[in-house]
Design a protein around this ligand. Structure first.
Ligand code: KIV
Length: 282
């Protein structure tokens, strides 16, 4: 079947038809292209960029410039998927005006289709309304929000007791009313995510939030086994590219040392008559 570019209404239709939405992160052109051609509906340039590509311990230090740089590269490889860029910490927290300017840069300079914003406090909801009023689609992100993990007691499952479960439900309803087209739930009990998914008109995408969400997202480096740091319980590793990469590099080192690479077929040739004669040169 001929593929067409995924739109916001396609995502809403998928929810109402009960068709699961797939989303993955990408941080550069080749991965954007490969993941897009494999057929996911949403590609996220996540601020997990900091953890998995830039070598930071958490996403907090990731800057607007870094996010724009990587979003531009992914954009070049993505033809069909809906492309979302994560707004990094402090790019939307200072004022609505500042947030609109930064969100606009993802659309105008990087070519993103939408932005993602973490959190569900009243201040974040007001910011999201302002960005949407400026004509930019926003994806919400609730539950464990890594940018503010210290405020949540660390990297922990959120919404396990009655009070915090109700808080997440109310935040989700507020984000839907604010106009978000979709909400990511991270590290939330599966039954809670399922209940909220049923209550919302907009799709939910889970990461560590169970099978009842309308879709799923993973960090591509976790799925492919490239990330050798801590692997959360919710990850299924579909390949071990880390091992493939290490083995390939070791094979290369070995062949160069043993003078097996480059071989004849890798060399450019010159007619022997055109070779300078070392002995006649002054
Ligand atoms: O930054 C990221 O990769 C994310 C996903 C885990 C949803 O926010």
């Amino acid at each position: 079947m001929q593929r067409k570019k995924i739109s916001l209404s396609d995502l809403l239709k998928m929810k109402s038809n009960g068709e699961k939405i797939t989303m993955l992160t990408a941080y550069d052109y080749p991965f954007g292209k490969l993941i897009d051609h494999a057929g996911v509906e949403i590609i996220l340039v996540g601020d997990s960029l900091g953890n998995v590509v830039l070598g930071y311990d958490n996403p907090v230090p990731v800057t607007m410039d870094e996010m724009l740089h990587h979003s531009k590269a992914v954009r070049k490889g993505v033809e069909f998927a809906f492309l979302v860029s994560d707004m990094p910490f402090m790019s939307f927290n200072v004022s609505c005006e500042h947030a609109i300017i930064n969100a606009g840069r993802f659309i105008k300079e990087a070519g993103a289709d939408a932005v993602k914003i973490e959190g569900g406090t009243n201040a974040v909801v007001e910011t999201i309304k302002a960005i949407i009023a400026a004509g930019i689609p926003v994806m919400g992100h609730l539950g464990l929000t890594p940018q503010t993990a210290p405020m949540l007691g660390g990297y922990k499952v959120q919404g396990k007791d009655r009070e915090s479960a109700e808080k997440i439900l109310n935040q989700a309803l507020a984000l839907e009313s604010a106009g978000c087209f979709c909400i990511v739930f991270e590290c939330v009990p599966d039954k809670l995510a399922g209940l909220i998914t049923k209550k919302l008109r907009i799709p939910t995408i889970g990461i560590g939030a169970g099978a009842e969400c309308d879709g799923q997202v993973l960090v591509i480096h976790d799925l492919l086994g490239i990330n050798n740091k801590f692997m959360p319980k919710f990850v299924r590793q579909y390949a071990n590219l880390g091992e493939v990469i290490t083995q390939s590099v070791q094979d290369y080192i070995c062949e160069v040392k043993q003078k097996k690479f480059p071989a004849e077929e890798h060399c450019f040739k010159i007619n022997a008559d055109n070779l300078p004669n070392l002995y006649t040169q002054t």
